[in-house]
Design a protein around this ligand. Structure first.
Ligand SMILES: [Zn+2]
Length: 433
């Protein structure tokens, strides 16, 4: 059976690539909401193109008000949901080909374009996995539903809305992460705090809360005395995602450590966030668990604006802690140090049992196609299924590979496009066959 699926996919490879090109050509970055287009015109257009293709393929299609569209492979009650998204992040700079034109590089087998890897390529793979099963007449005892969202990159309001209107299938995976299976995602907390800025102090460091800041520009009064000459400077670090701070160097904590500023509030910040400490131990945190490992706590923003010194912290905490607990600890420490809390929001951790029949079936599908050992992994970031009980991320990146998601020259190889479809078809048969 796997051989006939493989053959089907190889025969439809060009069709898959052409359809991916059609989707990549839609710049489905979040736009202004309009009537009937909750996330703007382009995400809606990408969804319509996908649903039209599903309709042509003989699936039962539903569009839930352009938040989420679904396509059912058969008439049975859905047991498995495959959740992909059709919105993309903005292009940014540094592309070597037009980001909304799918470009094929024969030498490297790369299909380059925004959304190829995240998540339009995997969405096309899911569609062709379902088409292969349907058109080859492989019998299924249970239903399969493809779900296509349009707001994953900006808070997943698509999914929240859909869940108010419809029920999700009992088993949902998203090909919007990596293989083999991501079953555990740390909890997350984002804290914004501030205080009156000391006179003649200007600091500018960090533009987004979920990244380790790469530089910290400052102006300080000499030796803490506002009457003397000011000192200017820039401290350089290197950027990384806040869930993996060990891959970067925090320019803010480096600044706090290295500068003889003589200012009490900067001193207390440097005591709470010693340079090089990544787990928040000095803030009373420093927790870990055996599955997700050490927690992370990153002082990612520090800026003076309108007479205030404003900071931001990104925290990823272990599976056995709650956001309320973590929030009480960190907010208490900041208040003790003289800061006001402007906002403190987050999500509890997510964990699906790795021994569940669903996860075991996915691992079998992965092993069967790749020949590699399957295993579950834990991450600090949150995936599309973070709020879905029992959900996991399954694909679409393979271990050790980097499709440059959210970066210039994002790509998926045509080989991996097919391999993803093969694995998803195997998963459909494992779970619904
Ligand atoms: Zn994604």
């Amino acid at each position: 059976m796997q051989n006939s699926i493989k053959k089907y996919l190889e025969e439809h490879k060009q069709e898959m690539i052409d359809f991916l090109a059609e989707l990549v050509a839609v710049p489905s970055v979040q736009g202004e909401a309009e009537e009937g287009a909750p996330f703007g015109k382009e995400p809606k257009r990408a969804l319509e193109i996908m649903l039209e293709k599903c309709r042509e393929s003989g699936f039962n299609v539903e569009n839930v008000e352009n938040y989420v569209g679904t396509a059912d492979l058969n008439d049975l009650s859905p047991e498995l949901g495959i959740l992909a998204h059709l919105d993309v992040v903005p292009v940014g700079s540094g592309w070597s080909s037009p980001p909304f034109t799918l470009t094929y590089d024969e030498k490297t087998d790369k299909l380059v374009g925004r959304g190829t890897c995240d998540d339009k390529g995997p969405a096309v793979a899911a569609l062709y996995a379902a088409k292969a099963v349907k058109e080859l007449g492989i019998p299924l005892k249970k239903g399969v539903r493809l779900l296509f969202g349009t707001n994953e990159e900006n808070g997943s309001a698509d999914l929240a809305y859909y869940r108010q209107k419809r029920q999700l299938p009992p088993n949902v995976f998203t090909p919007d992460g990596e293989y083999p299976v991501i079953n555990a995602e740390k909890g997350m907390l984002r804290v914004y705090f501030s205080t009156v800025a000391p006179e003649n102090v200007e600091i500018s460091a960090g533009t987004v809360i979920n990244a380790v800041p790469a530089s910290c520009k400052y102006q300080l009064p000499k030796a803490g005395n506002a009457d003397t000459e000011a000192v200017f400077g820039t401290v350089e670090g290197s950027s990384a995602h806040a869930s993996t701070p060990e891959k970067g160097e925090n320019a803010i904590t480096k600044f706090l450590r290295s500068t003889d500023h003589g200012l009490p509030m900067l001193k207390s910040l440097s005591e709470l966030f010693p340079h090089g400490e990544l787990n928040g131990k000095s803030c009373g945190l420093g927790f870990r668990d055996d599955i997700s490992g050490d927690m992370t706590c990153v002082l990612s923003m520090l800026n003076t604006e309108n007479g205030r010194l404003c900071g931001g912290i990104d925290i990823r905490f272990p599976l056995d802690r709650s956001k309320n607990e973590i929030s009480e600890i960190i907010c208490g420490k900041l208040r003790d140090a003289g800061f006001e809390i402007d906002s403190c929001e987050g999500v509890d951790p997510h964990c699906t049992d790795e021994n569940s029949p669903f996860v075991q079936a996915l691992l079998r599908a992965y092993e069967g196609i790749t020949g590699d050992k399957g295993r579950c992994i834990a991450i600090g970031g949150g995936t599309y299924v973070h709020e879905i009980e029992g959900g996991v991320a399954f694909g679409a990146e393979f271990p050790g590979e980097d499709g440059r998601m959210h970066s210039p020259d994002e790509f998926i190889t045509s080989e991996n496009l097919i391999k993803n479809a093969e694995i998803m078809a195997a998963a459909i048969i494992e779970i619904c066959g």
